[in-house]
Design a protein around this ligand. Sequence first.
Ligand SMILES: C[S@@+](CC[C@H](N)C(=O)[O-])C[C@H]1O[C@@H](n2cnc3c(N)ncnc32)[C@H](O)[C@@H]1O
Ligand code: SF4
Length: 377
Amino acid sequence: VPFCRDRCSYCAFATLADDPALHGRVVSALLRELARHEVEQPWKTLYLGGGTPSLLVPELLGRLLAGLTEATPARTEPPELTLEANPANVTRERLADWNALGITRLSLGVQTFHDEALRRLGRLHDANTARRALELIATHWPGSWSADLLLGWEFQSHELLAADLDELSRFKPPHLSAYPLEIEPGSQISRAVQNNHIDISNISHLYIDISLFEHHLAPANLRRYEVSNFARDGHESRHNQVYWANAEYLGLGPGACSSRGHLRWANHRDTRTWLDRVEAGRDARVRAERLSPSQRLLESLAVGLRTEAGVSKRQLDARFGDAWSGVLREAARAPLEDLGLTQTDDRLVVAGDERLRVDAIMGHLARSWPDDEPVLS
Ligand SMILES: C[S@@+](CC[C@H](N)C(=O)[O-])C[C@H]1O[C@@H](n2cnc3c(N)ncnc32)[C@H](O)[C@@H]1O
Ligand code: SF4
């Protein structure tokens, strides 16, 4: 759902200035796009993201959810159904509406409680609006929920990060995603960095301070179950775990990405172009790639080893047969040993703080990875 009231200075997602006249068209087009795909399996999780899907009125969200349910096979167990929400859109009435629609989980973009930082990040809301939204959710929301924090913004110090973690902990969030600020090409911040108008040298520095997170999140009972994600037991995001297991997902809407079998593709990012194509019954995809088994294996390790649970050897066997252990032995042994990779009967796991190095090591490994089939585009 691509709409945003305003564009945050760091964000380069496929978004569009809010235009309520287009909301109904986008919902119809999402359902029309779904109809182009064969969905044989009942889905386990649905993530309404964007953009700001909480801008849609409940009637339209209801139409979208009903359409998605009608067009796909029935499920036996209740799915996880997450709605991304901006603190500026949270009211007691809306919480009741979302609950009545069957949303089971909210993801709230808090980012920080520092007003000057929120202003410079171009956020719509101030810290008090976020506090009010958190208070409402903590008191009245019956489902699970998560808060997003942004790490490493311009003048964030250890003390300011600790203050954000302490303040968030007071609301006892069942889940937290803490994302280091990425300087995305095309964002306002990337232009400011290029022109030396802001200094972002503290990004990675803050990120690796493990003890700071452990200490300040302890009152909320949050466990770091993935490099950037923390949860109370039983509140781990089922949706994110699909990505970390490198499993299949279908993305609908402008800029959405999908992964199925050995194919991966992305939709056109421009909302009007995506709308025109879908409404004309045309393909809205702009890029597709066919991944070789060894690229898939590399990715499965790169994302799976970021998690506390690691990678299931049984799943690797099922997907890659015996080949995977051979490839692992050959190309990946030294870098994975460097990470302290351990093997249990069923899993490959990188322990504790070492998980923060998975990205860097896997990037290095990717550059020397045996490329048995070229990537097509
Ligand atoms: C689609 S937004 C969440 C919903 C709503 N649009 C909002 O911002 O409140 C998803 C998350 O991605 C984060 N995000 C966007 N651009 C980012 C960047 N360049 N670096 C790190 N996080 C980013 C946002 O801060 C937000 O918490
Ligand atoms: S961070 Fe969220 S609200 Fe801000 S521009 Fe990106 S999608 Fe929109």
